[in-house]
Design a protein around this ligand. Structure first.
Ligand SMILES: [Zn+2]
Ligand SMILES: [Zn+2]
Length: 151
């Protein structure tokens, strides 16, 4: 995979909110759950998991949208309502960022796909690992290591 120059910045649809990442993702994913289908208005959502300290909002003030907690906080532009990133309650190791916010995002290819139980019947992704739900916690270290090697 080609290595882009960091940081990379991205914006919502209207440009009022800008975000920036300064490190490569620790994992990339496609999620087929019904919530992601609804929020992305598409077949599935795409995620790049960015280390918490390597992600920042550089312009504007995102507001909570989606389910508004308690476990997940979906952040959206207050004007165009684009769903830009998600924080998991109590977790600051990483932020789930939507790679489609970035013009130049070499890491938008999903390495894993989750919630295939809800997958639309015609959908196929190039993900290397598929899960009907979410990957078991005990598989995570190996997945992260395998992903890091693939970068
Ligand atoms: Zn916007
Ligand atoms: Zn989902």
């Amino acid at each position: 995979m080609e290595k882009p120059r960091l940081p990379i910045s991205g914006t919502c649809r209207c440009g009022r909110v800008e975000i920036e990442i300064s490190a490569p993702p620790i994992m990339t994913a496609a999620c087929h759950c019904r919530g992601c289908q609804r929020m992305s208005a598409s077949a599935y959502s795409l995620t790049v998991m960015i280390p918490g300290q390597a992600f920042r909002v550089t312009k504007g003030e995102p507001v909570k949208g989606g389910i508004k907690g308690p476990q997940l906080d979906h952040y959206c532009c207050p004007s165009c309502m684009t769903w830009m990133f998600t924080r998991i309650a109590g977790v600051d190791d990483f932020v789930n960022v939507r790679p489609t916010m970035f013009d130049d995002m070499p890491w938008n290819r999903p390495f894993i796909e989750t919630m295939t139980a809800d997958k639309l019947s015609w959908v196929e992704t190039p993900a290397r690992h598929r899960y009907e739900g979410f990957p078991p916690v005990e598989e995570f270290p190996q997945l992260l290591e395998e992903f890091a090697r693939s970068l």
